[in-house]
Design a protein around this ligand. Structure first.
Ligand code: NIG
Ligand code: FE
Length: 401
């Protein structure tokens, strides 16, 4: 929003305090002064500074103002779906077995390679609209369903187009999401090509677009050694690591993220205590993805409480993807953060706003203190706790831009 305005008639506002790790500020009967798309002041309506007295008013309609959610781990762009595989997994076939038989990620790769850039953009934009209508105003989005140079490049073109249309997103290169059929049995050879040829070429073709690179480090996919090689190449190109780490078994991905100065290590259902300590010391954000644990039918919820006690700034994300988390529902992520990861509501909210934004280097997202960027989400609830209390409640926020 341009110019100056005051958001009035709010039941209250709830925001993480950007000067602290887990403190959340709650202001009843609040007002928020906005200037040039940023929060200029916030507090009790009765304390609104006099210089805002004649600014145009925006009616908050008695809602609660919260910062928009930031989703720091999505696989936004892919074609097709995997509902058939879902049914097999319900019958007890493990995720890794479906993948080993040529399904899983490879099935989505076949569909995505066949899609045009225009089709990918339309799919991506529809998903972004859904997320936006549910209060998610910024995301991280990965490539990784091309697994060949030209197909990964088309995904980059589609992300460039989405950014050009005004969508707020950060791009991560993930050609090492799986071993494509062309390199079956040769993870080592594929990792070498990704590190030495594809990453430099993708950055050359799409300068400034990707900020991060990622590798799926897992038994039977990429090893720590192969991951390190890809990340070292990425770092020379200005790409900071984000890692699919310790998801189905312990591999030491969290420790690697700490060693390399990564922005995040994600999943972490099987993270070691040493990994947690290393992440805290190296300021790596552990990003936990509880809808993935849910959709994979696993009982191995990531040890969120232990990570917080170890000193980590835990974040939460959707992992939106067609296989292990076909989920565009931030409130489900928030609820599972509370109900399964045992976070308090305030911690889960901070994990989906402030710490999610910080993991992407955005100090002006994920809170409502002065300097924060709009949009702001206005939730029509009596108390913000209702967002997690009513399981399955279909709340949608109004958006103040
Ligand atoms: O984050 N682990 C690898 N990638 C995804 C799953 C992708 C897929 O199944 O299509 C994940 O869980
Ligand atoms: Fe993922």
């Amino acid at each position: 929003m341009n110019g100056r305005s005051v958001l009035m008639n709010l039941k209250g506002l709830l925001t993480p305090d950007p000067n602290s790790r887990w403190k959340v500020d709650r202001v009843d009967d609040a007002a928020i002064a906005l200037a040039e798309g940023r929060v200029a002041w916030m507090g009790r309506r009765a304390d609104l500074p006099v210089e805002w007295a004649d600014a145009p008013l925006i009616d908050g309609e008695g809602a609660w103002a919260l910062p928009g959610f930031v989703d720091p781990h999505t696989h936004l762009l892919f074609s097709g779906d995997r509902s058939g595989e879902f049914n097999r997994r319900l019958q007890g076939v493990p995720y890794a077995q479906v993948a080993a038989e040529g399904g899983g990620i490879r099935e989505t790769v076949r569909a995505t390679r066949a899609a045009t850039v225009g089709e990918l953009v339309e799919l991506g934009e529809a998903r972004l609209k859904t997320l936006h209508s549910r209060g998610v105003f910024h995301i991280e989005a990965k490539t990784g369903y091309g697994l060949e140079l030209e197909a990964e490049s088309r995904l980059m073109e589609a992300y460039a187009e989405l950014k050009g249309r005004g969508w707020s997103l950060d791009v991560t290169l993930l050609p090492a999401h799986d071993i494509p059929k062309e390199f079956a049995g040769d993870a080592e050879g594929y990792a070498r090509v990704v590190a030495e040829v594809w990453l430099p070429e993708l950055v050359r073709r799409h300068p400034g677009l990707a900020r991060y690179c990622d590798v799926f480090i897992e038994a039977g996919v990429f090893s720590i050694h192969q991951g390190r090689r890809i990340f070292e190449s990425g770092k020379k190109l200005g790409l900071q690591p984000r890692i699919h780490a310790d998801e189905l078994s312990w591999t030491g991905g969290a420790e690697l993220a700490a060693e390399l100065g990564g922005a995040s290590a994600d999943h972490l259902m099987f993270c070691s205590e040493a990994g947690m300590k290393a992440m805290a010391e190296a300021h790596v954000t552990p990003i936990l993805l509880p809808t993935t644990t849910l959709c994979l039918g696993m009982r191995d919820w990531a040890p969120a409480r232990q990570m917080i006690e170890a000193g980590c700034n835990v974040a939460l994300a959707s992992d939106f993807n067609p296989g292990s988390s076909p989920c565009l529902d931030p409130l489900l992520v928030l609820r599972l953060g509370c109900l399964q990861l045992r976070l308090t509501f305030e911690e889960a909210l901070t994990a989906m706003t402030l710490h999610a934004a910080r993991s992407l280097g955005h100090g002006d997202l994920g809170h409502l203190h002065p300097g924060a960027r709009t949009p702001i989400a206005l939730w029509p609830v009596k108390d913000p706790l209702e967002l997690v209390y009513w399981v399955g409640g279909a709340y949608a926020p109004k958006v103040v831009a």
